[in-house]
Write a protein that binds this ligand. Structure first.
Ligand code: PGA
Length: 251
């Protein structure tokens, strides 16, 4: 059976002390328990090394929210995949729609970032999804397909084993407009069919596909009940421990 997962994406929220406090709250709640899904928290770079220490005896895994496409050197302000790995993080979120929209990250650049992350032993949570106009024009499948082809389908089957996908319809992110369980299931099944054509049934069945976009403590169970929805990538609702814990328990 493929892995199920609930991953938090803190985005640009919480200073170091606040982030540590949230990680402590989650750690005390989950220590000694065996959640039914893998639990990941994605934090800003500056939190990683400290939060890694806080969660070290808990089932929580750590993720960065980005990494550089470059290996190392004169790239002021950038953070390499190797640096991320050295903090104790295990995952890196890449391809988030906010990075695509506000920092002009395209499929080609994201392909490089994915390679840097994998070369450094990080696993990748890769986000794909259409904007509102594309959904209204019925182009969501086309968009998602080209995102996969443009950034991931160069990978070998062995490399692809380190990819978790997150389908995040951009119109649902932070808007309170969640995709219906039917819309999520339909897209997740389509994504899995693309993986089957490219890598075969086994890889398609083994790949974890998360839903993201206004997933919260109230609607998570209904979304996760779909056969192809293997968990969630949670933004806003991951910033409050009780909500995030409810979502973890819904999986
Ligand atoms: P949201 O964000 O849960 O706040 O909609 C999800 C995401 O962007 O990963």
């Amino acid at each position: 059976m493929r892995k199920t997962m609930v991953a938090g994406n803190w985005k640009m929220n919480k200073n170091l002390q606040e982030g540590v406090a949230l990680a402590q709250e989650l750690t005390s709640a989950l220590k000694g328990t065996t959640p039914r899904c893998e639990v990941v928290i994605g934090t800003p770079f500056i939190h990683l090394a400290t939060v890694a220490q806080v969660i070290k005896d808990s089932p929580i895994r750590l993720s960065a929210e980005n990494c550089s496409d470059k290996v190392s050197g004169a790239y002021t302000g950038e953070v390499s995949a190797e640096m991320v790995k050295s903090t104790g993080a295990e995952y890196c979120i890449l391809g988030h729609s906010e990075r695509r929209a506000y920092y002009h990250e395209d499929n080609e650049l994201l392909k490089e970032k994915v390679l840097r992350a994998l070369e450094n032993g990080l696993k990748v949570i890769f986000c794909i999804g259409e904007v509102k106009e594309e959904r209204e024009a019925g182009k969501q499948n086309e968009v998602v397909k080209s995102q996969l082809e443009g950034s991931l389908f160069n990978l070998s089957d062995e490399q692809f084993a380190n990819i978790t996908l997150a389908y995040e319809p951009v119109w649902a992110i932070g808007t309170g407009l969640t995709a219906t369980p039917e819309q999520a299931q339909e897209m997740h099944a389509y994504i899995r069919s693309l993986l089957a054509s490219k890598y075969g049934e086994q890889r398609a069945n083994d790949t974890t596909i998360l839903y993201g976009g206004s997933c919260n403590a109230k609607n998570a169970a209904e979304l996760f009940a779909n056969p192809d929805v293997d968990g969630g990538l949670i933004g806003g609702a991951s910033l409050k421990a009780p909500d995030f814990l409810t979502i973890i328990n819904a999986r």
